[in-house]
Design a protein around this ligand. Structure first.
Ligand SMILES: [Zn+2]
Ligand SMILES: [Zn+2]
Length: 481
């Protein structure tokens, strides 16, 4: 009896401490008499504009949209693109590749479910994956010109995007012709086919389906204003840029009353102006006028830096000058080494002529949310060791279809080296005998009705499709169809 009494006291004490620990945070302040409306207004609007005047370099329409989880940062996988939204992410932002900055690559995702890459520089697939995109979500790549810092990520996207679910749609590469056939985008793709011959044959033991059927949409670089792409209300046009040699183009994408421009590389040029005029987000490359310093920092002889800029690139002063003629809702500059010593110089030079909304498209991971009323720019938090998103499939037919691989290992490998493989019994521990899957398990295509696909797979592999269906429904209702 006494024993249990002590225990009860102890338990009561523990409960009291626990209660104190929780109530210390949970208890609301005492209810008081509300302040007068005048006092509340005076406090809440004191010192801040609340629509009464313009503060600093704020601009009309440059503000975070209400659905953003954080106005400060974008965290991959936490925000669905809205039906009427255009989301732009810089997956690579520099001509000189280094661990913190991949080569130039800009992803544009639209509320109708379409995803486009404008350039796909070396290393940028790492950021695409870190951004939570499956490589097989990218079916159209627009290459501004054939400097390798603008397309070096293409072989990887094609090879591994196909392996990881790019089975049902071919990749389409859009790009300019060259002065002669050998310098055009089609020739580059032919060369890439040759370069990846071994790889593609080796991967043909996997379900590749239409994945290797790469298509090239090479357009005449002189056909200024020509339509490169027109589908589902998306239109992309091109025009020529002055970038040392023929075969460099700028792009403009229009969709749902919004517009994005990527100039690609090139000298400031009057051809740009009519095509870029009034576009919402104008992204230009640019170079600062600190050649002696930047050449030293980047390990380039100054005369080589000067000559490179004057034959290939847009000085920052000119980027601001052009922006002032174009009058975009937002000017962005990319294709820059994001170094402290040149950031303020870049701003100063661009501000010489352009006083409107302006932001860097660097470093990697900068995210721009665009709607008709608002634009907001944030730093995306890209994880360093992300795993890939599940491949995304269109389940409109109610099935998961896995094409049969075109080859078995026997077709492409001599038996000797397989026969010499070490017997698994020798290395797997006692009691562990995995059934090795050395032959593709089914004849013909594997067709799985959606209700037989395990929920974890159906949910992860159908997420983009479900979002697209939901967004397109909203878009259709808006257009009255
Ligand atoms: Zn470049
Ligand atoms: Zn270039």
């Amino acid at each position: 009896m006494r024993q249990s009494g002590i225990l009860e006291t102890v338990w009561a004490g523990v409960a009291a401490v626990a209660l104190m620990a929780t109530t210390a945070f949970a208890e609301a302040p005492p209810v008081g008499e509300p302040s007068t409306d005048d006092d509340i207004a005076a406090a809440l609007t004191g010192g801040v504009p609340m629509g009464r005047w313009k503060e600093g370099l704020t601009f009309e329409g440059i503000s975070p949209q209400p659905w953003l989880r954080s106005a400060a940062n974008w965290f991959p996988g936490t925000e669905d693109v809205q039906p009427n939204e255009m989301r732009i992410i810089f997956m690579g932002s520099a001509p000189f590749i280094r661990p913190g900055q991949m080569n130039t690559a800009i992803l544009v995702e639209l509320g109708n479910g379409k995803i486009f890459m404008f350039d796909i520089g070396e290393g940028s697939p790492a950021n695409i994956i870190a951004g939570g995109y499956a490589l097989n979500q990218i079916s159209d790549v627009f290459i501004s010109h054939l400097h390798v810092d603008h397309f070096g990520g293409l072989p990887y996207l094609w090879m591994f995007g196909t392996w990881a679910g790019g089975w049902h749609e071919q990749l389409t590469v859009h790009g300019p012709s060259g002065r002669t056939e050998e310098y055009g985008t089609a020739t580059m793709v032919e060369g890439m086919k040759m370069m990846t011959g071994w790889h593609r044959d080796a991967f043909s033991v996997f379900p590749v389906g239409k994945g290797w059927d790469i298509e090239v949409n090479e357009f005449d670089f002189r056909d200024n204003g020509g339509v490169v792409y027109e589908e589902d209300g998306v239109r992309v046009i091109h025009w020529q840029r002055s970038h040392a040699k023929d075969g460099a183009s700028g792009y403009r994408l229009d969709w749902n009353g919004m517009c994005f421009i990527w100039t690609g590389d090139g000298r400031p040029n009057m051809i740009d102006i009519p095509y870029a005029k009034g576009c919402d987000v104008f992204v230009t490359e640019q170079q600062q006028e600190i050649l002696e310093i930047s050449s030293g920092v980047q390990g380039v002889p100054p005369f080589l830096g000067r000559y490179t800029v004057d034959t290939h690139h847009t000085p920052s002063y000119a980027a601001g000058y052009i922006a002032n003629l174009v009058q975009p809702r937002l000017l962005m500059n990319t294709h820059m080494s994001y170094d402290p010593y040149q950031i303020e110089e870049t701003v100063a030079e661009i501000r010489e002529h352009w006083k409107g909304p302006y932001h860097f498209g660097a470093p990697d991971g900068i995210v721009v949310n665009v709607t008709k009323d608002q634009i907001w720019v944030r730093e995306g938090i890209l994880p360093r060791f992300p795993n890939s998103r599940a491949p995304q499939f269109d389940f409109s037919n109610g099935q998961l279809v896995v094409p049969h691989p075109p080859h078995a290992r026997e077709d492409i490998q001599e038996p000797y080296v397989r026969d010499m493989e070490i017997d698994p019994k020798l290395y797997y521990p006692e009691g562990y005998h995995p059934e090795l899957l050395t032959e593709w398990p089914v004849d013909g295509d594997l067709i799985v009705p959606l209700d037989k696909v395990p929920p974890s797979l159906s949910n992860s592999m159908g997420a983009a499709w479900r979002l697209r269906e939901a967004n397109q429904k909203v878009l259709k209702e808006q257009s009255g169809n």
